[in-house]
Design a protein around this ligand. Structure first.
Ligand code: OOG
Ligand code: MG
Length: 262
C-alpha cells in the first residue's frame, strides 16, 4: 500500500459523496499517481463498509471490463471487480430518474445467482456452473463518478467499478441447460437495436468472469456466498441513456428485461 489510512478514508468518503450527490470529480490517480492495486481495493472496501454501516445489505458482486467491446470502449486491458448492495437493485417496471445520476449508461449482462459458496483460488467454469442456481438477463446501469467517464483501472476500482443500479428479469434458467457462449444478445433503446453480441464475448464464457471474481475475492480472504447475485460484465459496449429512454435487453432462451428512464 502506498496510501496512508487517512487518505484511503478521505478518498472513499469523497467518491461515495459524489455518488450520493450525483456529481462528478477528477480521477483520483491525478492526485495520487503512485497509488497501487491494494490502495484501490482498500478505498472500494471502505465505501462498502460505509454503506453496510448505514444498514445496506451486500447482495452480490460484479465483474467489469470482461469483454473486448468494453475494454476497447474504456481504453483498459483487464477486468475489475466490485460489490452490489440492495439499494442498487431496481425492480422491473419501475422508472429510474436520470437526475439522480451523473451520466448513466446501460449494458447487457448475464446474471448468475449462486446456490453454493464459491471460494478461490482454483475456481473455473466448471466450479462456477456447479455452484450456480440459475442465470437471468440483467441490465446494469453504470455511472462513473469520473468526469466524462475518463479513468484508469485503479481509479475505477476505487469507484466500485462505476456500479450504480441494476435490474434483473426475464426467465431464470439453470446454466447447465444452456450454452452460455452462443446465447444471442440484443440491446434495444426506444425500440431500435443498438448493440448485439453472444455470451462468448465475455472472456470466452461468462462463467469464466465469475471464476475470476471468486479467485480475486479468495486472494483477499473472501468468498462469494450462496444466494449471491453476480453481474458477469457488459457483453457489448455500454450505451448512454437520457430521460425518456426505454431500454430492453433480450437474451436468447432467457427472455427479456427492460428499464425506463425519466
Ligand atoms: C467500468 C465498469 C464496467 C462492465 O460490465 O464492463 C462494467 C466502466 O466501464 O465504467 O461494469
Ligand atoms: Mg457492468
Amino acid at each position: 500500500m502506498k496510501l496512508d489510512q487517512n487518505s484511503v478514508l478521505r478518498l472513499a468518503e469523497h467518491l461515495e459523496n459524489c455518488e450520493l450527490q450525483a456529481r462528478d470529480t477528477v480521477k483520483i490517480t491525478d492526485e495520487y499517481p503512485d497509488m497501487d492495486w491494494d490502495d484501490a481495493y482498500a478505498i472500494q472496501d471502505e465505501i462498502r463498509r460505509r454503506k453496510l454501516q448505514r444498514g445496506a445489505r451486500l447482495v452480490g458482486f460484479k465483474a467489469g471490463l470482461t469483454s473486448h467491446a468494453k475494454m476497447k470502449q474504456m481504453g483498459v486491458s483487464s477486468p475489475v471487480f466490485g460489490f452490489l448492495v440492495d439499494s442498487f437493485a431496481v425492480s422491473e417496471g419501475s422508472e429510474l430518474a436520470v437526475k439522480e445520476l451523473i451520466h448513466p449508461k446501460v449494458e447487457p449482462e448475464i446474471v448468475f445467482v449462486t446456490k453454493a459458496p464459491l471460494r478461490g483460488p482454483g475456481c473455473h467454469v466448471g466450479t462456477v456452473l456447479a455452484a450456480t442456481d440459475f442465470v437471468m438477463p440483467g441490465i446494469e446501469v453504470i455511472d462513473s463518478r469520473y468526469r466524462d467517464f475518463k479513468f484508469d483501472l485503479k481509479s475505477v476500482i476505487a469507484d466500485n467499478t462505476s456500479a450504480s443500479r441494476f435490474v434483473v428479469g426475464g426467465r431464470a434458467k439453470p446454466a447447465a441447460d444452456l450454452d452460455l457462449r452462443t446465447l444471442g444478445v440484443v440491446l434495444e433503446r426506444n425500440g431500435e437495436p443498438v448493440a448485439f453480441a453472444a455470451g462468448a464475448a465475455v472472456l470466452g464464457h461468462p462463467a469464466a468472469a465469475v471464476a475470476m471474481l471468486a479467485n480475486h475475492l479468495g486472494a483477499r480472504g473472501e468468498e462469494i456466498p450462496a444466494g449471491s447475485i453476480i453481474l458477469s460484465g457488459g457483453i457489448t459496449e455500454a450505451v448512454a441513456v437520457k430521460a425518456g429512454d426505454n431500454v430492453k435487453l433480450q437474451i436468447q432462451d432467457l427472455g427479456s428485461v427492460s428499464l425506463r428512464f425519466n
